[in-house]
Design a protein. Structure first.
Length: 135
């Protein structure tokens, strides 16, 4: 399989509400997740909702990380899309799971750009790991 990148859709469940409502913690976690995943952070922005919730977006040279939180439900929705050969979006997912103390999660991993003619080959071991999501 050939691909231009990997798109991770991560749903975190059972997170402590105070973590999901802490805008500064969310931003720090995004910065550290990007670094842990060997991605280049270009810019970051966020918005704190009232009475609760945070939305944040990290613009990466490799693409982006976004998060939307619902502290009242202990739920966060994340989107991590990276292109290139060095970025490791699954590592970023594991970082978010740990730092936001998710009791449970769902991870969907999608190859992007398959068949577009503008892609790089994916190593067989990477292709095999692509479909194995930890639950």
């Amino acid at each position: 399989m050939n691909t231009v990148g990997v798109h991770c859709i991560l749903e975190l469940k059972g997170c402590p509400s105070h973590l999901l409502d802490d805008e500064q913690l969310i931003l720090e976690t995004m910065v550290n997740a990007a670094a842990t995943a060997m991605s280049t952070l270009l810019d970051i922005t966020s918005h704190k909702f009232q009475p609760q919730g945070v939305t944040a977006l990290a613009l990466l040279a490799e693409s982006h990380i976004s998060i939307h939180t619902w502290p009242e439900s202990g739920y966060a929705a994340l989107d991590i899309f990276t292109c290139g050969e060095t970025a490791r979006p699954r590592v970023a997912c594991e970082y978010f799971i740990e730092k936001l103390q998710a009791a449970d999660h769902t991870l969907s991993v999608l190859p992007r750009g398959n068949g577009c003619g503008c892609h790089m080959p994916m190593a067989p071991s990477e292709e095999a790991n692509l479909w194995q999501a930890r639950s």
